[in-house]
Design a protein around this ligand. Sequence first.
Ligand code: HXC
Length: 261
Amino acid sequence: MSEQTQYTAIITETQGRVATITLNRPEALNALSNTLIAELVEAATAFDADPNIGAIVITGSERAFAAGADIKAMLELEYSDILAGGLTSTWNGFEQMLTPTIAAVSGFALGGGCELAMMCDIIIAADSAKFGQPEINLGVIPGFGGTQRLPRAIGKYKAADMILTGRMMGAEEAERSGLVSRVVPAAELREAAQQVAEVIASKSRPSVQAALSTLQAAEETSLAEGLRLERTAFAALFATEDQTEGMRAFAEKREANFKHR
Ligand code: HXC
């Protein structure tokens, strides 16, 4: 495991083809300050551009994945500050990435913390995880995508319950509702996330990217348009060396040796 230390609010590490970004503001339960968000987006987009990285794990501490945007910093902001986009436009690069992101969530994932988890492709939750969109208690609403991604994940009625009451949802209810991919014992969270990331990172990069971009389209387009995109992406993969290798390896009863091209 190699650790890089140029950041103040996150820790980045790599192990093989897997990168891990750990949110690191324990004094504020990993509240998403501007510095933390800027560092997270910078580190994640740099890993996304690195052909040697095939999956990115994003995690926090045992007590908190992230307890939301930094309320104490937001207290100073006015309508015009928010309209100017300083707070809400900062995620653009993160949302466009084509390297799979896995949120490994332990403890609180509230407000922007829940929204960050939902910006990821897979959410693995410790049995201690607590998800929520409590912004209504602060006189605001979710601002990092929660009003749009939560109903897509868990349906209109459960999302309205969460967003209008501000209540928290435990890991079991979150899994039952479709908000998380898997629940694991808290002590096994990091290892479980690493294992899932390693499996994904071992696949052919062009096919992983095609899978992700078509999955992303599924959230935005009509079925007919999505099926057209899928057909084009499926055909394009027949121009890769890895498609030939993957199918030849199957026919020859051996493991595929992908070259990511
Ligand atoms: C700033 C925060 C914080 C936050 C916790 N802290 N959450 N600081 N912003 N979002 C700080 C506390 O002030 C405290 O600092 C320390 O972290 C520990 O928190 P406690 O409250 O003492 O811990 P506990 O009693 O265990 O309660 C945990 C908690 C609670 C239930 C998670 O902290 C909480 O309700 N936090 C706020 C959750 C929330 O409303 N999130 C949504 C934010 S709005 P001190 O210095 O006192 O020790 C949002 C909008 C996103 O996310 C979109 C923006 C565009």
